[in-house]
Write a protein that binds this ligand. Structure first.
Ligand code: DNO
Length: 348
């Protein structure tokens, strides 16, 4: 297991020098954040980012994410041009030796929450989601008031996109994902890059939009779409764990047997009701996800890839990007490394 940490590039208030001081962390997860979605990433720009990471004594372990243009997800005629650009970005990654690409296939919205500062009993705050609150969000004015992390859309643009998705049900979305992977996976394989789809977060439809990467059946279907070692998944415990019926260690054991888990996002959440949860500190005792069981399963299937802590709480007065402060994620990655060390050393 390679402990990694997400860094949002030069705009991130957390400098690489701080990440370098977290024991055991040498891998960085990052991306180019200012390239318009659908354009290709130049080798030069990506190379500059890589050099910056290496100058800080770290390695560029994962690109998370190259966003997939909505035209690809919608299956519009322009998609093949966008897919060509995507392939060019994957080739640039390969030339620079960045081996893993985390991406997602969620229509319109990436991860979504209804409260960015849910107060926990210890006074810290965390991100929270309640399906009933989603129902009361008014999207007629665009995404401006939507908590969470969506691309920003104005009212007209969002309205047009939501209307276009009325023609795309879950099966059409699967077809469009297959069309994308059939073209990108062979390029990735040749370039030495492994694709790792991120599960939908939360793992159920929101705002009437389909979401398909949600459970064990979906992950098995995904890896079978294109049967190649370059077509894999990011195993995100916080996303998949929001559905209590998802048996995370079981999913890891069946998927891992095929060698398709390329990246792991390990964090905890507490499920508090039907389609309702809030995030917590990483330790198993704090939430509904048993991270010891998760890491044991990853170890058992021979997982040796990058793992990162995921959303942290805001603690010790830190202000920052919701879910992505330094302190709680640093505690998280130390906990994950502690579990891993104990698992590995108990084997000998
Ligand atoms: C949230 C992240 C996601 C993830 C994308 C991958 O914190 O896990 O935004 O980066 O879904 O494409």
């Amino acid at each position: 297991m390679i402990p990694t940490f997400r860094w949002f590039g030069p705009e991130d208030p957390i400098p690489l020098a701080h990440i370098r001081q977290i024991p055991g962390v040498r891998g960085v997860v990052s991306a180019l954040y200012d390239v318009p979605v659908g354009d290709s990433w130049s080798r030069e720009r990506l190379g500059t980012l890589k050099a910056r990471i290496e100058d800080a004594g770290l390695r560029f372990a994962v690109v998370e994410s190259i966003p997939v243009h909505e035209d690809i997800k919608l299956g519009r005629p322009t998609r093949d041009r966008m897919i060509d650009n995507y392939c060019a970005s994957v080739r640039a990654m390969g030339e620079l030796g960045v081996p893993i690409l985390c991406y997602n296939f969620m229509p319109v919205f990436d991860w979504t929450r209804t409260d960015l500062a849910w107060r926990l009993p210890d006074g810290s705050t965390a991100l929270a989601y309640d399906d009933r609150a989603v129902a009361s969000i008014d999207l007629s004015r665009g995404t401006a008031e939507l908590p969470g992390w969506a691309a920003r859309y104005g009212a007209a643009e969002l309205g047009a996109l939501l209307a276009a998705y009325r023609e795309v049900d879950a099966e059409r979305l699967w077809d469009n994902l297959a069309h994308f992977l059939e073209r990108v996976v062979p390029v990735a394989l040749e370039a030495g890059v492994r694709l790792a789809i991120h599960p939908d977060d939360p793992p159920w439809p929101i705002f009437g939009l389909p979401r398909i990467i949600t459970d064990a059946t979906a992950l098995a279907r995904l890896v079978a779409l294109v049967d190649s070692p370059a077509n894999g998944v990011t195993f995100c415990t916080g996303s998949l764990g929001a559905r209590p019926e998802n048996d995370l260690p079981g999913m890891i054991r069946s998927l891992g047997a095929t060698g398709r888990i390329h990246f792991a996002h390990c964090r905890n959440i507490r499920v508090t009701g039907e389609r309702r949860f809030h995030e917590t500190a990483h330790p198993s005792a704090c939430g509904s996800v048993d991270l010891l069981d998760v890491l044991r399963a990853l170890r058992d299937v021979g997982f040796a890839g990058p793992m990162r802590p995921d959303h942290g709480r805001m603690i010790w007065g830190e202000q920052g990007r919701p879910g992505y402060g330094l302190y709680d994620r640093a505690l998280g990655v130390m906990y994950l490394q502690g579990l891993w060390e104990a698992i590995v050393r108990s084997e000998t």
